[in-house]
Design a protein around this ligand. Structure first.
Ligand code: PEP
Ligand code: MG
Length: 326
């Protein structure tokens, strides 16, 4: 079995009728890129940069960040690397950054909100990412976007950083693509509005489930309500993908756990997801599933899923379909 997955490494993530998708890895540090290569990943769909901050005793300097991002960008040899800007707050804290205690930290000053409040911190990171973009194919992704105004605000700050680098005659990729994580329901619902002002989406199902279903993603008492296959989630995912495709064929990826979940693969494929980003070790298994169907078959499965009333019904239906393939 392992050997079979090994052989998949160099094959395309392609359906029987030639529809290609991208299978890429989620990483937290430059060391993780080895696993992405080993499993045949075609790039990085989510580089969680917060580990660089959390593993440090002080705010990492622009130089230190640049070194890390450059290592990843160079190490992936011109494959796309989606670098997510800092997602701290919620349950993640930095010992050297004093913040108010909050009653509901997951609804508080988290991720992009914190970056707007700490603009210097944000600009330091953006400069480091921009500088790394001169060495390969980096893309920038903003987390926890809830509306179009935040997209605009983030882009204004990014432009400020670009102008500074221009003045200092420091190289960066002038065509660098800018996208957002869709992990807050308001962004998923208004994806058509936001699609006009970003280059891509990546759906963060971990938080999208938490916020849509009002279920703390870490709370065991309500974990039975944490349902990626809930019809509400499937409808939002469909809405996001359709909105991005409708606007100049922009791409939608997914970097939440659902992207590496075998039961979800056929539905996501059928809904038209362009890029699946997951822990590298899941890539071969998802590739195998994608290679076992035609796009049309997957579309029919997705259509059936959208007609069902509960998460359990959806899972049972896809399980039967998966069994048929084996
Ligand atoms: C997500 O929310 O789905 C996601 C990928 O981000 P994180 O798990 O880092 O919050
Ligand atoms: Mg998230």
């Amino acid at each position: 079995f392992r050997k079979e997955l090994e052989e998949l490494k160099d094959l395309h993530a392609e359906t029987k009728d030639g529809h290609l998708v991208e299978l890429v890895g989620n990483i937290g540090t430059p060391n993780d890129i080895e696993g992405v290569h080993r499993n045949g990943g075609q790039g990085v769909g989510l580089y969680r940069t917060e580990f660089l901050y959390m593993d440090s005793h002080e705010m990492p300097s622009e130089e230190k960040q640049y070194d890390a991002y450059k290592k990843v960008v160079e190490g992936m040899e011109n494959m796309p690397i989606i670098i997510r800007t800092l997602d701290i707050g919620g349950d993640k804290k930095l010992p050297y950054l004093q913040l108010d205690d909050e009653l509901n930290p997951f609804l508080g000053l988290r991720a992009i909100r914190l970056c707007f409040a700490e603009k210097d911190l944000f600009k330091t990171q953006l400069r480091a990412i921009l500088r790394a973009s001169a060495h390969g194919k980096a893309l920038i992704m903003f987390p926890m976007i809830s509306n179009i105004e935040e997209v605009r605000q983030a882009k204004v700050i990014l432009e400020e950083c670009k102008s500074e680098l221009d003045t200092e005659q420091i190289a960066y990729d002038k065509e660098i693509k800018v996208g957002i994580m869709v992990e807050i329901p308001s962004a998923a619902v208004c994806a058509d509005i936001i699609a006009k002002e970003v280059d891509f989406f990546s759906i963060g199902t971990n938080d999208l489930c938490q916020y849509t279903l009002a279920v703390d993603r870490m709370n065991e008492n309500v974990s039975y309500l944490y349902q990626p296959f809930n019809p509400a989630i499937l409808r939002l995912v469909k809405n996001v993908i359709d909105a991005s495709h409708a606007h100049k064929g922009k791409f939608t990826g997914m970097c939440g756990e659902m992207a590496g979940e075998p039961l979800a693969a056929l539905i996501l494929l059928g809904l038209g997801l362009d890029e699946f980003s997951m822990s590298a070790s899941s890539i071969p298994q998802i590739k195998k599933i994608i290679r076992s169907v035609t796009l049309k078959e997957a579309q029919e499965i997705a259509k059936k899923a959208l007609d069902l009333a509960t998460a359990d019904e959806v899972k049972q239906m896809v399980q039967l379909e998966l069994n048929k393939l084996n």
